[in-house]
Design a protein around this ligand. Structure first.
Ligand SMILES: C[S@@+](CC[C@H](N)C(=O)[O-])C[C@H]1O[C@@H](n2cnc3c(N)ncnc32)[C@H](O)[C@@H]1O
Length: 209
Protein backbone atom coordinates (compact mmCIF):
# COMPACT_ATOMS: atom_id res chain seq x y z
CA UNK A 1 0.00 0.00 0.00
CA UNK A 2 1.24 3.47 -0.92
CA UNK A 3 2.21 5.64 2.07
CA UNK A 4 0.53 9.05 2.42
CA UNK A 5 2.90 12.00 2.12
CA UNK A 6 3.33 14.23 5.19
CA UNK A 7 1.35 17.01 3.45
CA UNK A 8 -1.51 14.64 2.59
CA UNK A 9 -1.54 13.13 6.09
CA UNK A 10 -1.71 16.65 7.54
CA UNK A 11 -4.59 17.54 5.23
CA UNK A 12 -6.48 14.37 6.25
CA UNK A 13 -5.96 15.24 9.93
CA UNK A 14 -7.18 18.81 9.43
CA UNK A 15 -10.25 17.59 7.55
CA UNK A 16 -11.05 15.14 10.35
CA UNK A 17 -10.59 17.90 12.94
CA UNK A 18 -12.83 20.26 10.98
CA UNK A 19 -15.51 17.60 10.54
CA UNK A 20 -15.43 16.90 14.28
CA UNK A 21 -15.64 20.60 15.14
CA UNK A 22 -18.65 21.44 12.98
CA UNK A 23 -20.67 18.51 14.29
CA UNK A 24 -19.68 19.04 17.92
CA UNK A 25 -22.61 20.37 19.97
CA UNK A 26 -20.39 22.33 22.37
CA UNK A 27 -18.55 23.97 19.49
CA UNK A 28 -21.89 24.94 17.91
CA UNK A 29 -23.21 26.24 21.23
CA UNK A 30 -20.03 28.25 21.85
CA UNK A 31 -20.47 30.00 18.51
CA UNK A 32 -24.16 30.66 19.19
CA UNK A 33 -23.61 31.92 22.74
CA UNK A 34 -20.57 34.06 21.87
CA UNK A 35 -17.93 32.11 23.77
CA UNK A 36 -14.37 32.19 22.50
CA UNK A 37 -13.90 28.45 22.99
CA UNK A 38 -15.92 25.30 23.61
CA UNK A 39 -13.86 25.02 26.82
CA UNK A 40 -16.20 27.57 28.38
CA UNK A 41 -18.73 24.77 28.96
CA UNK A 42 -16.19 22.80 31.00
CA UNK A 43 -15.88 25.67 33.47
CA UNK A 44 -19.67 26.12 33.52
CA UNK A 45 -20.07 22.41 34.37
CA UNK A 46 -17.31 22.54 36.99
CA UNK A 47 -18.94 25.52 38.62
CA UNK A 48 -22.42 23.97 38.50
CA UNK A 49 -21.00 20.96 40.32
CA UNK A 50 -18.71 22.67 42.87
CA UNK A 51 -20.10 26.21 43.05
CA UNK A 52 -16.85 28.14 43.58
CA UNK A 53 -17.54 31.27 41.50
CA UNK A 54 -19.52 34.00 43.24
CA UNK A 55 -20.21 37.65 42.53
CA UNK A 56 -17.08 38.92 44.31
CA UNK A 57 -14.65 36.07 43.65
CA UNK A 58 -11.06 36.89 42.70
CA UNK A 59 -10.01 34.46 39.97
CA UNK A 60 -6.62 33.67 38.50
CA UNK A 61 -6.94 31.76 35.22
CA UNK A 62 -3.78 30.01 33.96
CA UNK A 63 -3.60 28.92 30.32
CA UNK A 64 -6.33 31.43 29.56
CA UNK A 65 -6.13 31.74 25.74
CA UNK A 66 -8.31 32.38 23.84
CA UNK A 67 -10.35 33.54 26.87
CA UNK A 68 -13.35 31.19 27.12
CA UNK A 69 -12.96 30.54 30.86
CA UNK A 70 -12.27 34.21 31.52
CA UNK A 71 -15.58 35.08 29.81
CA UNK A 72 -17.48 32.69 32.09
CA UNK A 73 -15.69 33.98 35.20
CA UNK A 74 -16.33 37.58 34.18
CA UNK A 75 -20.05 36.93 33.76
CA UNK A 76 -20.48 35.29 37.15
CA UNK A 77 -17.95 37.30 39.18
CA UNK A 78 -19.29 40.68 38.12
CA UNK A 79 -17.84 42.41 41.20
CA UNK A 80 -14.73 40.25 41.47
CA UNK A 81 -11.36 40.46 39.80
CA UNK A 82 -10.19 38.26 36.95
CA UNK A 83 -6.67 37.82 35.66
CA UNK A 84 -5.71 35.44 32.86
CA UNK A 85 -2.20 34.31 31.93
CA UNK A 86 -1.04 32.53 28.80
CA UNK A 87 2.06 32.26 26.69
CA UNK A 88 -0.11 33.35 23.75
CA UNK A 89 -1.58 36.77 23.10
CA UNK A 90 -5.23 37.06 24.13
CA UNK A 91 -7.71 39.47 22.59
CA UNK A 92 -8.86 42.09 25.11
CA UNK A 93 -11.90 41.33 27.25
CA UNK A 94 -13.58 44.02 29.32
CA UNK A 95 -12.99 43.62 33.03
CA UNK A 96 -10.20 41.04 32.65
CA UNK A 97 -6.47 41.63 32.88
CA UNK A 98 -4.50 39.36 30.56
CA UNK A 99 -0.79 38.80 30.91
CA UNK A 100 1.39 37.14 28.30
CA UNK A 101 3.85 34.91 30.13
CA UNK A 102 5.34 31.44 29.79
CA UNK A 103 4.79 30.09 33.29
CA UNK A 104 7.41 27.40 32.82
CA UNK A 105 9.98 30.15 32.42
CA UNK A 106 8.64 32.94 34.68
CA UNK A 107 6.49 32.64 37.79
CA UNK A 108 4.47 35.90 37.31
CA UNK A 109 4.00 36.18 41.10
CA UNK A 110 4.82 39.88 41.19
CA UNK A 111 2.24 40.74 38.50
CA UNK A 112 -0.42 38.59 40.20
CA UNK A 113 0.18 40.24 43.58
CA UNK A 114 0.19 43.72 42.06
CA UNK A 115 -3.10 43.09 40.28
CA UNK A 116 -5.03 41.49 43.12
CA UNK A 117 -3.43 43.40 45.99
CA UNK A 118 -3.85 40.27 48.08
CA UNK A 119 -4.49 36.57 47.61
CA UNK A 120 -6.87 35.02 45.11
CA UNK A 121 -9.99 33.00 46.01
CA UNK A 122 -9.85 30.62 43.06
CA UNK A 123 -6.93 29.46 40.97
CA UNK A 124 -7.87 27.77 37.70
CA UNK A 125 -5.46 26.03 35.39
CA UNK A 126 -6.58 24.79 32.02
CA UNK A 127 -2.96 24.82 30.83
CA UNK A 128 -2.15 22.12 28.35
CA UNK A 129 0.96 21.32 26.36
CA UNK A 130 0.69 20.76 22.63
CA UNK A 131 -0.10 17.06 22.71
CA UNK A 132 2.06 14.79 20.57
CA UNK A 133 -0.34 11.84 20.63
CA UNK A 134 1.93 9.74 22.85
CA UNK A 135 -0.17 9.18 25.98
CA UNK A 136 2.73 8.71 28.42
CA UNK A 137 4.73 11.70 27.16
CA UNK A 138 1.62 13.91 27.04
CA UNK A 139 0.74 12.88 30.58
CA UNK A 140 4.23 13.78 31.87
CA UNK A 141 4.18 17.13 30.09
CA UNK A 142 0.89 18.10 31.66
CA UNK A 143 2.03 16.94 35.10
CA UNK A 144 4.84 19.42 34.73
CA UNK A 145 2.28 22.18 34.08
CA UNK A 146 0.21 21.04 37.07
CA UNK A 147 3.33 21.40 39.22
CA UNK A 148 3.80 24.94 37.91
CA UNK A 149 0.18 25.72 38.91
CA UNK A 150 0.68 24.15 42.37
CA UNK A 151 3.85 26.18 42.97
CA UNK A 152 2.05 29.36 42.02
CA UNK A 153 -0.94 28.47 44.21
CA UNK A 154 1.39 28.09 47.20
CA UNK A 155 2.25 31.76 46.86
CA UNK A 156 -0.97 33.41 45.71
CA UNK A 157 -3.99 31.28 46.67
CA UNK A 158 -5.69 32.09 49.98
CA UNK A 159 -6.28 29.52 52.74
CA UNK A 160 -9.45 27.51 51.92
CA UNK A 161 -9.14 28.81 48.35
CA UNK A 162 -10.19 26.57 45.46
CA UNK A 163 -7.62 25.01 43.13
CA UNK A 164 -8.82 23.49 39.87
CA UNK A 165 -6.54 22.12 37.24
CA UNK A 166 -6.58 20.10 34.07
CA UNK A 167 -4.76 16.77 34.02
CA UNK A 168 -4.41 13.94 31.55
CA UNK A 169 -4.91 10.74 33.50
CA UNK A 170 -1.91 8.41 33.63
CA UNK A 171 0.88 6.88 35.70
CA UNK A 172 2.36 9.88 37.50
CA UNK A 173 -0.97 10.79 39.11
CA UNK A 174 -0.19 8.96 42.36
CA UNK A 175 2.98 11.00 42.91
CA UNK A 176 1.11 14.17 42.11
CA UNK A 177 -1.62 13.38 44.62
CA UNK A 178 1.01 12.74 47.28
CA UNK A 179 2.55 16.12 46.56
CA UNK A 180 -0.84 17.81 46.58
CA UNK A 181 -1.86 16.36 49.92
CA UNK A 182 0.83 18.51 51.59
CA UNK A 183 -0.97 21.71 50.61
CA UNK A 184 -4.52 20.71 49.76
CA UNK A 185 -7.44 18.68 51.08
CA UNK A 186 -10.74 17.43 49.70
CA UNK A 187 -9.13 16.28 46.43
CA UNK A 188 -11.64 15.26 43.77
CA UNK A 189 -11.60 14.40 40.08
CA UNK A 190 -14.28 15.49 37.65
CA UNK A 191 -14.70 14.94 33.94
CA UNK A 192 -17.25 17.35 32.47
CA UNK A 193 -19.60 16.06 29.77
CA UNK A 194 -18.18 18.72 27.47
CA UNK A 195 -14.71 17.14 27.79
CA UNK A 196 -14.33 14.84 24.80
CA UNK A 197 -14.95 11.24 25.91
CA UNK A 198 -11.98 9.93 23.91
CA UNK A 199 -9.62 12.32 25.74
CA UNK A 200 -7.90 11.31 28.99
CA UNK A 201 -8.50 14.88 30.19
CA UNK A 202 -10.07 15.39 33.61
CA UNK A 203 -9.98 18.10 36.27
CA UNK A 204 -8.59 17.98 39.77
CA UNK A 205 -10.43 20.03 42.37
CA UNK A 206 -8.99 20.72 45.80
CA UNK A 207 -9.06 23.15 48.72
CA UNK A 208 -5.93 24.90 49.98
CA UNK A 209 -4.94 24.10 53.55
C1 LIG B 1 -6.88 24.28 26.45
S1 LIG B 1 -6.12 25.84 26.24
C2 LIG B 1 -6.99 26.82 27.39
C3 LIG B 1 -8.37 27.21 26.96
C4 LIG B 1 -8.98 28.27 27.86
N1 LIG B 1 -9.28 27.74 29.18
C5 LIG B 1 -10.25 28.85 27.29
O1 LIG B 1 -11.32 28.59 27.84
O2 LIG B 1 -10.20 29.56 26.31
C6 LIG B 1 -4.56 25.59 27.02
C7 LIG B 1 -3.68 26.83 27.06
O3 LIG B 1 -2.54 26.57 27.89
C8 LIG B 1 -1.52 27.43 27.45
N2 LIG B 1 -0.21 27.06 27.99
C9 LIG B 1 0.48 25.93 27.78
N3 LIG B 1 1.69 25.97 28.36
C10 LIG B 1 1.76 27.17 28.99
C11 LIG B 1 2.76 27.81 29.76
N4 LIG B 1 3.95 27.23 29.98
N5 LIG B 1 2.53 29.06 30.25
C12 LIG B 1 1.34 29.67 30.00
N6 LIG B 1 0.33 29.11 29.27
C13 LIG B 1 0.54 27.88 28.77
C14 LIG B 1 -1.60 27.28 25.94
O4 LIG B 1 -0.95 28.35 25.28
C15 LIG B 1 -3.11 27.24 25.69
O5 LIG B 1 -3.61 28.48 25.32
Amino acid sequence: MKKLSFKKKFKEKSKKWLRRQITDIYYIRSKKEGFRSRSSFKLIELNNKFNFLQKKTKVLDLGAAPGGWAQVARKICSEGKIMGIDLLNIKELEGVFFLKCDLQKNDAIRSVEDYFQGKVDVLLSDMAPNTIGHAKADHLRIINLVEVAIDLSNKVLKKEGIFICKIFQGGAQGELQKKMKKNFYNLKYFKPKSSRPESSEAYLIAKKI
